[in-house]
Design a protein around this ligand. Structure first.
Ligand code: PMP
Length: 386
């Protein structure tokens, strides 16, 4: 085979899928595995949303649609942002994408040149570093520390800003720590971006998944008209990971350029999926609070369980469905501990280092599973450490 591109040698995958493959390998050998590795809700897409997608297919809505997205869905997103974020963007600012991830990829391609600096959270979602590497940007990580409840500290950001800073990525509620940033932190970081003239991409995929905390967006400062980009989507709180549907709120000038990225890369997001998206935003929302009530019980259960394991400690996360446990007192590092849990306790979870070097000493448990399985996993881990 001829040589692949430099970028192909730089882009990298996600440990969640690697651990899943390892766990499935053990399952094929007959071993029982409790799954805490994959980041998706354990419920099905609500029926009224699925029905809207199925009806769209039956009504022959199976053709190309505008690259930037269906007008009905873009309009629904305008209303949604006004309702949830407190400002009303223009329709020209809304871009529909197949999931949130392409939003990360395309905004980074549209804003960052090789050699530019990209600031992002560590531990953080692996895509940010992977795409930075692919572009040939310098990766500048801001450590999220347990003593600051894993929130990004504006002072730590400021220390890392240089003339080459082009983009900062924020993620709240956060994967893998479940931290939720405060309004003041968001405002301060948005101000730093304004003063130093760089972009902010705000990954808000867990925006409706908070406990005892309110979600804030840094895009409120300029209403996503100048330098901030809001990314959100349907994957998590509408339980639609497989439908592939997300959206962006961006400055109009960027939306126009992104349209050409979409034309070149995907033509358009699946049409019937977008009809389901309209129903998701406009239809009944009660199941989100039901889901979050169930998640809260699971969170409380896993946090209590983890804190009862010798050598483990875990603070109650304020958002998403991840518990980020400190395992430093076990004497194992994150990767040894994750291997130990898989092989000796039959529990698949991710080493914090899968999310960057500052994840050392931690394990991420996705608690999108049943209380019974959480209890069983805690017991198995305790036994395996005796
Ligand atoms: N951002 C974060 C922080 C995530 O955790 C995930 C899903 N694991 C995504 C983006 C990807 O979302 P989507 O499936 O909609 O592309």
């Amino acid at each position: 085979m001829p040589k692949l591109s430099k970028g192909a040698g730089q882009i990298y995958g996600e440990a969640a899928f690697e651990v899943l493959a390892k766990a499935q390998g053990l399952e094929r050998k007959g071993k029982k595995i409790l799954h805490f590795e994959i980041g998706e809700p354990d419920m099905e897409t609500p029926d009224h949303i699925s029905k809207a997608g199925i009806d769209a297919i039956k009504n022959k809505k199976t053709h190309y649609v505008p690259s930037i997205g269906l007008s009905d869905l873009r309009q629904a997103v305008v209303d949604e942002i006004e309702h949830t974020r407190g400002y009303r963007p223009d329709m020209e600012q809304i871009v529909i994408t197949p999931g949130l991830k392409p939003g990360i990829f395309f905004t980074m391609l549209a804003t960052v040149n090789p050699g530019d600096e990209v600031i992002y959270p560590d531990p953080g979602y692996p895509t940010y570093g992977s795409v930075s590497s692919f572009i040939g940007a310098k990766k500048v990580m801001v450590p999220l520390l347990e003593k600051n409840e894993f929130r990004m500290n504006p002072g730590d950001v400021l220390k890392r800003v240089t003339k080459k800073t082009k983009l900062l990525i924020l993620n709240s509620p956060q994967n893998p720590t479940g931290s939720v940033m405060t309004k003041q932190e968001m405002d301060e970081i948005a101000e730093i971006a304004e003063e130093n003239d760089f972009f902010i991409v705000s990954d808000e995929i867990y925006s409706k998944m908070t406990y005892d905390a309110k979600h804030y967006t840094p895009t409120l400062r300029d209403e996503a008209k100048e330098r901030t980009v809001l990314l959100d989507g349907f994957s998590k709180y509408y339980a639609m990971t497989g439908w592939r549907l997300g959206y962006m709120v961006t400055p109009v000038g960027m939306a126009k350029r992104l349209q050409d990225f979409l034309v070149s890369a995907i033509s358009c997001t699946a049409s019937f999926t977008q009809y389901a998206g309209v129903e998701a935003l406009k239809g009944d929302q009660d199941f989100i609070s039901d889901m979050m009530n169930r998640f809260r019980k699971k969170r409380d259960c896993i946090v209590q369980g983890l804190n009862s394991i010798p050598g483990f400690s875990c603070k109650a996360p304020k958002g998403a469905f991840y518990a980020f446990a400190n395992i430093k007192k076990t004497g194992m590092n994150a990767s040894e501990c994750a291997d130990h849990l898989l092989n000796n306790a039959g529990v698949a979870a991710l080493p914090g280092t899968a999310f960057g070097p500052y994840g050392e000493g931690y394990i991420r448990f996705s608690y999108a599973t049943t209380i019974e399985k959480i209890d069983e996993a805690i017991e198995n881990i305790k036994k395996s450490l005796e």
